[in-house]
Design a protein around this ligand. Structure first.
Ligand code: ASP
Length: 340
């Protein structure tokens, strides 16, 4: 029998209506099998633990990613897989961050959440929880099928660092715009075996440390020089993601390239991530991005903003050498980036 540890961090999935039905209160995970009795039929031993103070995922900080990762590490040998219950709002950031923290992961770490609280009649929480556990217990020849950080929502399983929350409304709230789903849950669980991540390193270990001195600068037609230079000349910042148009383009102002060049010179890691959900940055394709290549801006290719930012914070947390961080940003570490 597979042993799965369920870790509740907070969010809608763990909420039930209070007795007077006036408010939503966190659900006591100890009673999970009473609320979702179908879980007993999954053929797995389920244990659960919870953040002492469950949080809305908008309050998630790198310290919370560390708490989750530490729980996985502390229990790694004792369980066949992990299911993390998380608010959906920043779930894609947590999934991305965890993927960079784990080295040599050979067990499933599946994150799920829901749009409606578990205690409500039409809830998607029960289905998501059951499906996440089902994905986590799948093995072939005693080996877990999933050996990476994945996101289960509705009937889909995605690579965690490829996901985005796409809808505030629909039950299938997440997308993986640039990478196929790892599996689909229909009548059967169908895995896309050729798309699954396999770690090259054998021993599992955890690397921690995020540097929060990063910023995202989203461009829009009409953005002022003052706003751009205020951000780019901020000497506190070690990393800046330029959120660009289309395949990585920016307006052709001399002052802009100059400000970018000066920031790069100062040792700031500047990366180019597109505002488009689907597709990738191709610096140099148009004249409007050639200057960025010359200025030393790193292309984020088809990485999501969530993967870009967590990767940047993670790498800056590991090294003081901006060139090393730039090289790693352009390297596919955990399946977050398609190398063309
Ligand atoms: N605001 C909630 C959260 O992210 C929404 C959810 O759980 O879906 O924690």
């Amino acid at each position: 029998m597979s042993k799965i540890l369920i870790i509740y961090t907070g969010g809608t999935i763990g909420m039930v209506e209070s007795e007077d039905q006036q408010t939503l209160v966190p659900f006591d995970l100890k009673h999970i099998l009473e609320k979702v009795p179908e879980m007993n039929k999954l053929g797995a031993t389920l244990d659960s633990m919870s953040f002492e103070h469950p949080i809305d995922s908008s309050d998630m900080m790198p310290e919370h990613w560390t708490m989750i990762a530490n729980q996985v590490q502390a229990n790694y040998e004792d369980y066949d897989g992990f299911v993390i219950l998380h608010g959906s709002d920043t779930l894609a950031y947590t999934a991305s961050a965890l993927s960079f923290m784990f080295e040599g992961l050979q067990k499933p770490v599946i994150i799920t959440g829901s749009q409606l609280p578990i205690g409500m009649i039409r809830t998607d929480a029960r289905e998501n929880l059951i499906t996440a556990v089902e994905f986590a217990i799948q093995k072939i020849k005693d080996e877990p099928v999933i050996q990476e950080v994945a996101v289960c929502f509705e009937d889909q399983l995605f690579r965690g660092n490829r996901t985005k929350k796409f809808s505030t409304e629909a039950f299938d709230a997440f997308i993986s715009p640039n990478y196929p789903e790892l599996a689909l849950a229909g009548v059967n669980l169908n895995f896309n075996h050729q798309e699954l991540f396999r770690s090259e390193k054998a021993a599992f270990h955890l690397t921690d440390g995020f540097d929060r001195r990063v910023a995202v600068l989203t461009f829009f037609p009409g953005i002022t020089e003052q706003l751009v230079t205020t951000v780019l000349s901020n000497i506190e910042l070690r990393g800046i993601a330029l959120m660009t148009f289309g395949s990585g383009n920016l307006p052709q102002h001399d002052w802009l390239l100059k400000a970018i060049g000066e920031a790069v010179e100062r040792g700031v890691v500047m990366v180019n991530v597109t505002q488009c959900a689907k597709g990738n940055v191709e610096q140099g394709k148009y004249e409007t991005s050639t200057g960025l290549v010359e200025a030393g801006v790193v292309s984020c290719g088809d990485m999501t903003l969530e993967a870009t930012l967590t990767k940047l914070m993670f790498l800056l947390g590991q090294s003081d050498d901006p060139q090393w961080v730039r090289d790693q940003m352009a390297t596919n570490l955990k399946g977050e980036l398609s190398i063309r």
